[in-house]
Design a binder for this molecule. Structure first.
Ligand SMILES: [Zn+2]
Length: 1193
């Protein structure tokens, strides 16, 4: 797996647009190395750089480190820069390239900036690097930007400006007018627009664009499958870490300079925009996630999350965020040449595939200019295209939102990984990947798919159903798609059994036609080791000892004891220290051959070491043999794959045990159940659940609250069941409406049964209903067959197929449901006379006339754990055509009224209609000179009130001289506007009691300026945000030395009112946690040093926590060289420190008169914490931490 990932990453880097200066990425001479060239204007020739992965590929990408070196021809300053590159641990190939590019670019242009002593107000700055062609926009700074409390220009921060355009745009009227125009354009297009942070002042800030889900014409079924509600907002958050950038400015950035200037996230929430804290958290959390190798994907919100933050990820935020961040701006560049979205997307994809060599305009094939035809059912706001209009300046926020809607609303049309438009007729309610194995691989490994843990916890019987369907399908050799590309290592197949199977004809009439007839390919033979096996001690001994132990801890093996050929013991190797004796985990017993259903013994792990034996018993080695799970799944043919899937599923525990395991363990992740589930079986399970593209919800089972049980199907387990594209419901309703009108129907729809043999359901829930291959023959013509009586359908739907053949088909042995048959209840347009046939079956040829509603399963559960509720009479029944009411198993079918949504109008409100609808109430207009007055209330009944600040920003500046914005003077009272209540009093801290340090000896002008700028930026945020919501406070007026900040953290009740710290602070009358933040000269390339000054916290040993360790130091990887990123803003750092203090295990105060922490004990505590975690202490730390303190020690 690691190797595969490595190869994939390298391949991706080769195909990608490379960061500035990096050229020609290629494989290295060594297996674990790669090479690339670096070139910029300061060099005569490109230099070759080799990156080697240490210790070896097996740790990639979880714990590897890189070693970098360059050829002898490299200039010394670059060689030195390369040798100082750090923080590359666990970085993927392309991330490393970014780091190298950033470091070398700045090394090559800022070579003498360290001792830079230019005049403070000199306009001449470090942008003497013409080769880099830094986009500065206009260089003329008007007087506005000097109206802050600090001297000196805010530009010329040499060490960073080269790579991130850090200089705020010239903050003048022109800048603000353009910004307003961009936001107004987005608002006029029908979206809600918000902003956070110092947007008008050119600081780190956020723009949010949002829209209610209810305006996107997505069916309720799809919303349910996507874990969304119709009153949720879809929110696009655009972060401008260095101030607002226009569309033109962003397009002129290359990929290296884009990343630090633009961040994009797709979220959802109940309010149209998040709070500033939420916005910051969204960006920092995502950064943290990308650093981990495997992340649990975003499921629906947990109760905790929902309470704490109303903002959350959507079901496809993770793939979308990366997609937008990486491709939106490059795609916009191509849109500027006249392509539409699809053309620009496909051309971009094509160019990436050919290493960017085709970038000449005249080489673009015409097909990329062919306009895309959009589905008619899409609402206008999804189809609208700002770039299609005739403007000279485009609003980037609007373009970004339109692109987001395209990929969000139509997510099922695109591959979730490569984002290419899917070329398939299959309609699905959930997005998935294309059939490239690499896409499937990434989908599974990057956690883009649904969380199977969440599915197992909330809907165990649906999981049982999915596995059972797959099992039946594999057993009948009906599977057509397989979990290929996932590098599954499976147990070797029994060749005798394989041969017997391979020669058998396929069950059923239909031979899968997806792929050309395959030639059977006999699987490889694998070594079998002759060993002794002691079942009680769970040990294996090698009699003929191979030179090297053939297994490692964690390897899965299959043991067969001699004389019991029908029994396989699957187990994980637990310990090989005492090789030739190896210890194994409790084995799983599997009966290997399914020649008859009767021989099947449900497997269960043997109970742990038998207690009946005294431990001293001498080993009893039974002669046995074992094989390793070393068959590559992909190398098998179809029959082999089916057999292999059955074997793996035989080893899985049942869903109830998995649910129990997840309830008891934290983190609730099946991959930690190592002794019980093999990696191959787990991957297979993930694939089965993730590849299901229908929406199936439990009605029965453990839930007792649901009211939606259908009457007439006694003892059948019921599921809600929806399939088809998100606009399928719209198309169905539209068909219903036209037929109702045309035929003047009293009952617009009827219900009928669709049954199919169990082995077909795996395919049906992935492909939807269609009639491309008919199992039942087509005696009554082409169409989907529906029965009027459930009894008829069960004849087709049993596990034996029709006619009772193939009695050897059997259950998934661990199914708790033990499904006998399955049938769907579908809703049809009430026009049987127009069906292909209506007697004895309804044969419906128009797929848009059919909508699945329920799935019924006849099961024979072995336990009474499963509740199938009584078939009581319903109170509120959906009225049905009495002539055409279907018969159920036990009675005529009665459907609860609540199950069928009231038929609402199709909402294809295009923007013209929307404008008409919203046209009248112009609530609030201010100023004049608007060409097109816009409507500030979007007429959305229960919609959020737009915040005043978001309304105000849309208005023009008042006339020259009258501007009374908040950027008059640096110091200002923090905003006391409505916000969360807090007892914190700003500016109340007595600075004379603090260990203030003088300007350090290592101070230099570049670092000083950078820190002043950070401080200014924080002050802006502080002034704009209510105290309680912000949670930190800096008394900027009292900062005399920018290398030491005193920060107060407060209002922890906002994070969680139940935190023990909140109570402790109250009890001890402590209003804030006083922290000291120190910076050394290399900031922002090294992290700041952060410690608590007062009050004192309990240590871990005393039952404390919150990442505060002995001496008051903060123990956070973020604050060490191993976790620090030079693009972290101090705002997000403060935010994360506050969250860390509020996280588990909870922080507690010592209480009483504990006094302040000393300087030395904190520094010691920090170094100790770094050593414990293997984090790198930043260079120059001691100088910074101990340096220049007055008092304190
Ligand atoms: Zn793909």
């Amino acid at each position: 797996m690691p190797r595969k990932q490595w190869v994939a990453d390298l391949k991706k880097a080769q195909g990608d647009v490379l960061p500035l200066g990096v050229l020609d990425v290629r494989a290295g001479d060594d297996d674990n190395a790669f090479e690339f060239d670096f070139f910029d204007g300061s060099l005569r020739n490109p230099i070759k750089i080799t990156a080697m992965i240490l210790p070896d590929l097996s740790d990639y990408p979880s714990s590897h480190e890189y070693m970098l070196f360059c050829g002898d021809d490299a200039p010394p300053r670059l060689a030195t820069a390369i040798s100082t590159i750090s923080g590359t641990a666990r970085k993927a190939v392309f991330e490393l390239l970014d780091i190298v590019s950033a470091t070398l670019t700045s090394a090559s242009t800022a070579n003498d900036s360290d001792g830079d002593t230019e005049m403070p107000d000199s306009q001449q700055d470090s942008h003497n690097d013409e080769d880099l062609d830094v986009e500065d926009g206009d260089d003329v700074y008007d007087s506005d930007h000097e109206a802050f409390g600090f001297d000196g220009p805010r530009d010329s921060i040499p060490s960073v400006s080269d790579t991130n355009l850090s200089r705020p745009n010239s903050i003048n009227r022109h800048f603000r007018a353009r910004l307003r125009q961009d936001l107004r354009t987005a608002k006029e297009a029908g979206f809600k627009v918000g902003h956070l942070g110092g947007l008008l002042d050119g600081y780190n800030s956020f723009v949010t664009i949002s829209i209610r889900m209810s305006k996107l014409a997505i069916s309720d079924e799809a919303l349910q499958a996507w874990h969304m509600a119709s009153n949720d907002y879809l929110i696009l958050i655009i972060q401008y870490p260095n101030g607002y950038k226009t569309n033109e400015e962003l397009q002129s950035c290359d990929s290296l300079r884009l990343a630090p200037n633009l961040g994009i996230r797709v979220c959802t929430g109940k309010k149209y925009k998040p709070t500033l804290q939420e916005a910051i958290k969204v960006f920092t959390a995502a950064k943290k996630q990308s650093q981990r190798d495997s992340v649990p994907p975003a499921g629906p919100p947990t109760a905790d999350e929902a309470v704490e933050f109303s903002l959350r990820d959507t079901f496809i935020s993770r793939p979308l965020n990366g997609f937008l961040q990486e491709r939106l701006v490059p795609i916009l560049r191509w849109r500027a040449t006249g392509m539409d979205w699809r053309g620009a997307e496909s051309w971009y994809a094509e160019m990436v595939g050919t290493s960017g060599s085709k970038s000449k305009l005249d080489g673009i094939p015409d097909r990329h200019y062919v306009p895309e035809e959009l589905p008619a059912t899409l609402p206008g706001i999804v189809k609208a295209d700002h770039y299609g209009g005739n403007h000279t300046e485009y609003s980037f926020p609007l373009l970004a939102m339109q692109f987001t809607l395209r990929h969000f609303v139509r997510c099922t049309d695109f591959c979730l990984v490569c984002h290419r438009q899917l070329d398939t007729e299959v309609e699905a309610i959930k997005p998935y990947v294309c059939d490239e194995p690499l896409c499937l691989y990434q989908y599974m490994t990057l956690g883009f798919g649904p969380s199977i843990e969440h599915e197992i916890i909330t809907q165990p019987y649906v999981c049982d159903l999915l596995v059972s369907f797959c099992y039946n399908s594999a057993n009948a050799r009906k599977l057509r798609e397989f979990p290929d590309g996932l590098a599954l290592m499976v147990p070797p197949l029994d060749l005798t059994l394989y041969r017997a199977n391979a020669t058998q004809p396929d069950y059923g009439r239909h031979v899968p036609a997806a792929k050309p007839a395959e030639v059977n390919k006999e699987p490889k033979q694998f070594a079998a080791y002759e060993v002794g096996f002691d079942r009680d001690r769970q040990e294996v001994i090698f009699f003929n000892v191979p030179k090297e132990c053939p297994v490692r801890r964690g390897t899965w093996i299959v043991v067969k004891e001699q004389g019991s050929d029908h029994l396989e013991l699957h187990c994980r190797v637990d310990d090989v220290t005492f090789y030739p004796t190896i210890a194994i985990n409790a084995p799983l017993m599997i009966s290997p051959s399914k020649t008859s259903a009767d021989t099947l013994t449900p497997s269960a792990p043997l109970t742990a070491r038998s207690t009946a034996l005294t431990p001293a018993t001498t080993p009893k080695w039974a002669p046995a043999s074992f094989q390793v799970y070393e068959q590559d799944f992909e190398e098998l043919d179809r029959v082999g794959k089916c057999m292999s899937i059955i074997k793996l599923l035989d080893t899985l525990p049942n869903v109830k045990s998995m649910q129990e395991y997840l309830a008891k363990h934290k983190p609730a992740d099946l991959k930690y159940w190592v002794g019980r589930i093999s990696p191959a079986a787990l991957s297979l399970l993930r694939w089965i659940i993730a590849s299901n593209r229908a929406c199936i919800m439990q009605v029965d089972g453990d839930s007792t609250t649901s009211q939606e049980r259908v009457h007439g199907m006694k003892d059948y387990m019921q599921f809600r069941f929806a399939m088809g594209a998100p606009d399928k419901e719209e198309r169905f309703l539209s068909a219903v409406r036209t037929t109702t009108e045309r035929l003047n129907l009293q009952y617009p729809t009827i219900f009928a049964w669709h049954g199919s043999p169990l082995h077909n359901w795996h395919m049906i829930i992935r492909e939807g209903l269609h009639y491309r291959n008919a199992d039942h023959g087509r005696a009554y013509g082409d169409g989907v067959y529906h029965a009027k009586d459930a009894q008829t359908s069960t004849g087709y739907s049993g596990r034996y197929g029709y006619g009772g053949q193939h009695r050897d088909l059997c259950h998934w042995p661990h199914s708790v449901l033990r499904i006998e048959s399955a049938l769907a209840l579908n809703e049809l347009v009430n026009a049987p006379a127009e069906f292909q046939s209506n007697n004895p079956y309804y044969v419906v040829q128009h797929l848009d006339w059919i909508q699945t509603r329920y799935l019924f399963v006849n099961c024979k559960p072995e336990t009474d754990q499963i509740t199938i509720r009584d078939d009581g009479k319903l109170k509120d029944i959906y009225p049905q055509d009495p002539q055409r009411t279907p018969r159920g198993i036990s009675d005529s079918v009665a459907i609860p009224a609540s199950a069928i949504k009231p038929r609402k109008q199709v909402t294809s409100n295009d923007s013209r209609q929307a404008r008409e609808r919203f046209g009248s109430p112009m609530k609030r207009l201010k100023g004049d000179g608007w060409g097109n007055p816009i409507v500030l209330d979007d007429g959305d009944g229960d919609s959020d009130e737009t915040d005043a600040e978001d309304v105000d920003i849309l208005f023009d500046d008042p006339p020259e001289g009258a501007y009374s914005g908040d950027n008059q003077k640096g110091s200002q009272k923090p905003s006391q506007a409505k916000g969360t209540a807090t007892d914190f009093e700003p500016a109340a801290l007595d600075f004379s009691s603090l260990p203030l340090m003088p300007q350090p000896s290592y101070a230099n002008s570049a670092a000083t300026k950078r820190l002043m700028k950070e401080l200014q930026s924080l002050q802006k945020v502080q002034n704009a945000t209510p105290l309680g919501d912000l949670g930190w406070y800096i008394d900027v007026d009292k900062v005399e030395n920018p290398y030491q900040w005193i920060v107060e953290l407060h209002s922890f009740h906002v994070i969680d009112p139940n935190l023990p710290l909140v109570a402790d602070m109250k009890k001890n009358a402590v209003k804030s946690i006083v922290m000291e933040v120190r910076f050394n000269k290399d900031f922002p390339f090294t992290p700041p040093y952060v410690r608590v000054i007062r009050p004192q916290f309990r240590s871990l040993a005393q039952g404390g926590g919150g990442h505060v360790v002995m001496g008051g130091a903060m123990c956070m990887q973020l604050l060490t060289n191993s976790g620090w990123s030079s693009v972290s803003s101090m705002e997000s750092v403060l935010m994360q420190i506050r969250l860390a203090i509020a996280s588990d295990p909870p922080a507690r105060l010592v209480g009483g008169r504990s006094g302040d922490y000393g300087m030395a004990e904190a520094a010691d505590g920090y170094v100790r914490a770094c050593n414990t975690h293997g984090w790198t202490v930043p260079p120059g730390f001691k100088e910074m931490a101990y340096g220049g303190a007055i008092g304190g020690i």
